[in-house]
Design a protein around this ligand. Structure first.
Ligand SMILES: Cc1cc2nc3c(=O)[nH]c(=O)nc-3n(C[C@H](O)[C@H](O)[C@H](O)COP(=O)(O)OP(=O)(O)OC[C@H]3O[C@@H](n4cnc5c(N)ncnc54)[C@H](O)[C@@H]3O)c2cc1C
Length: 568
């Protein structure tokens, strides 16, 4: 007891923590604002969307932030309700109102129309990045699936299909909007989609239409009005080449269509506000989307690749939020009489987090720009489909890993409070990030695809040439030390990967995976250098420290990734 007769209880109420949270995720977001200015092809388009980005950034920092936290509470998670009405058995998925509030704010921006015009991906991805500062929030995955279907519909749909579906998919009124879902994975395989056994048979009662029977094991956004799925037409060959792509109008106002049964919702580690189900399909009415014999290729090109790009933005949002959260905490919290941010160890951690977050966002926006160039068949672009695919797959892998590392470092910066679910978003972000690492392609699967791509059609040369010219083009004197050493590392990496490829093994080794990881990080670095170089011309040099920090990170990963003796 002290001299006043009180117990010496010092209890910090952390009101400063609530008060210092940002009111907007867009204003003063230099990485995003400058990235948009750098990567956007059409500055007029960007200017036209400026107000919406500002407004959405403010919602994302406040109302969406709050709604995402509310919808993720255990009692508010989606649940299935099944009941009988007359002779009908009806299933409905119930969401908390906070989930729908996010949907209204997101789709009210009109962002989906950006997927209907070619070459607007950079701006669309800015909206997704802002949303993803709140984690998956039950809406990032549906956004990606719907974006993919809009692209697929524009490319493959018949005039009648476009007329019937596009207005619904592009709705800005959330209550009328149609969402899409994508069902590939079955219990037999998520990566090995060619092993899938769901079948499609011609509908005897509807000429040219199909009936689908089988099970789908991971059905995210299961409440979507339309699902796109892979199924094997009866009699088609085995493997991925025998898969067709089908459109399944799966839900009307009364619930799910006849023949669709939700077995259960998954009890997931992360992305818990999103309803992911196991479903059974019993002769459910469907129609083909595009030529049936090109189903798998079209699924990859329009749907999975869109989702992989979106996944990079999920990661950029998570990493940037972790960074922001840790910086705010370290600027306000004191230990041993000093602000945490004054300790060199904390400063180093924050610097590395910032560098990784910037790296992911730069690479993601660059990929969106590449897609813009591909979609507009720009003659001044050196990007090809093959180069884009390699960089996209490598980026999906590394962006998700770097984001998870950044969030984990953020948790460490907040000490004990970092581990507490209702103190900050970080525990939820970590859970979401672990899911980002697996869905849309597990690491090994993306590495194996890159290995196959490098073994054919000189894709490896294309990739290294692209990176080399990016480093050579960044001529700002302040970057010289980094670009010069990056070029040397690139050269030794090329030799290392060539040795791996010349071994001519059917499957990649761990050595290939680690080297490919360093290659991905060099792609990220090349983008940071390009942006920093461009900014240096305008006298801005504040992001060069991050470039150097990310280079240090690559150098140590490259050392750590030297091939080890085979442990087997
Ligand atoms: C929360 C969540 C939601 C999802 N939502 C959907 C959805 O809406 N629609 C959908 O279609 N899918 C969805 N998925 C499924 C997801 O895409 C798969 O989980 C993923 O593709 C991996 O497939 P798998 O789970 O069958 O793992 P497996 O393919 O069995 O992989 C297991 C392990 O083996 C490794 N492996 C597999 N193949 C190879 C190889 N060739 N070389 C080396 N290693 C290999 C993998 O890297 C992994 O480490 C979702 C998954 C999750 C976690």
């Amino acid at each position: 007891m002290n001299t006043n007769g009180n117990w010496p209880i010092s209890r910090e109420d952390f009101s400063w923590w609530r008060e210092c949270q940002p009111a907007s995720f867009y204003n003063r977001n230099d990485d995003l604002v400058r990235g948009l200015a750098f990567y956007c092809r059409d500055k007029g388009r960007l200017a036209a969307y400026q107000d919406r980005l500002v407004r959405f950034g403010a919602s994302a920092g406040t109302d969406i932030n709050e709604a995402a936290e509310t919808s993720n509470r255990p009692n508010n998670l989606p649940s299935v309700q099944s009941f009988s009405r007359g002779r009908d058995y009806i299933q409905q998925v119930r969401y908390d109102s906070s989930y729908h509030a996010i949907g209204s704010m997101l789709y009210g921006t009109g962002v989906m129309s950006l997927f209907s015009t070619p070459a607007d991906n950079v701006i669309a991805m800015a909206f997704l990045h802002l949303l993803s500062l709140n984690g998956e929030a039950g809406h990032a995955c549906p956004f990606a699936c719907t974006a993919g279907l809009i692209k697929a519909m524009n490319a493959l749909g018949t005039a009648e299909q476009k007329q019937r579906h596009l207005p619904n998919l592009l709705q800005t009124d959330y209550d009328k909007l149609y969402h899409a879902a994508q069902y590939l994975a079955e219990s037999r395989g998520g990566s090995d989609v060619g092993a899938n056994v769901t079948i499609a048979e011609q509908d005897p009662d509807r000429e040219g239409k199909w009936l689908i029977t089988g099970e789908k094991w991971f059905c995210s956004n299961v409440t979507a009005q339309v699902a796109v799925l892979t199924a094997r037409p009866v009699g088609a060959i085995e493997g991925t080449r025998g898969l067709g792509l089908f459109l399944l109008p799966q839900r009307g106002p009364e619930g799910f269509a006849n023949g669709i049964e939700i077995v259960r919702l998954k009890d997931k580690l992360g992305t818990r506000s999103l309803a992911t189900a196991e479903i059974l399909l019993k002769r459910v009415k469907a129609e083909a989307l595009g030529p049936v014999d090109r189903g798998f290729k079209n699924m990859m090109k329009y749907l999975v690749n869109t989702s992989r790009l979106c996944n990079c933005l999920f990661a950029s949002g998570a990493a940037q939020r972790a960074c922001l959260t840790a910086e705010l905490y370290a600027d306000h919290r004191t230990a041993f009489g000093k602000r945490l941010s004054k300790f060199p160890l904390v400063r180093y951690m924050l610097g590395l987090m910032k560098a990784k977050s910037m790296a992911i966002l730069s690479a993601s926006l660059c990929l969106a720009r590449m897609l813009d160039d591909l979609e507009s068949a720009s003659s001044d672009s050196t990007v090809t489909d093959r180069l884009y695919r390699v960089l996209l797959n490598l980026s999906k892998y590394r962006a998700s890993v770097l984001a998870r590392e950044t969030v984990l470092a953020g948790i460490e910066c907040l000490g004990g409070n970092g581990t507490i679910d209702n103190f900050s978003i970080l525990p939820r972000l970590l859970r979401d990030c672990i899911v980002y690492e697996t869905w849309e392609g597990a690491h090994n699967v993306l590495i194996a695809q890159t290995y196959r791509d490098f073994r054919k059609e000189s894709t490896i040369g294309l990739t290294f040439d692209y990176l080399e010219s990016a480093f050579r083009a960044a001529t700002a004197p302040e970057l010289d030390g980094v670009t010069f050493r990056a070029l040397r590392l690139l050269e030794s990496l090329r030799r290392r990967l060539m040795i791996e490829l010349e071994a001519d093994e059917p499957e990649p080794s761990w050595g290939f995976r680690t080297a490919a990881g360093v290659l991905a990080d060099l792609f990220f670095l090349s983008r940071m250098c390009a942006e920093a170089d461009w900014e240096a011309q305008a006298g801005l040099t504040d992001r060069q420290d991050s470039v150097k920090t990310f280079w240090d990170h690559i150098r140590s990963s490259a050392r750590a990734s030297r091939p080890l003796p085979n442990p087997i």
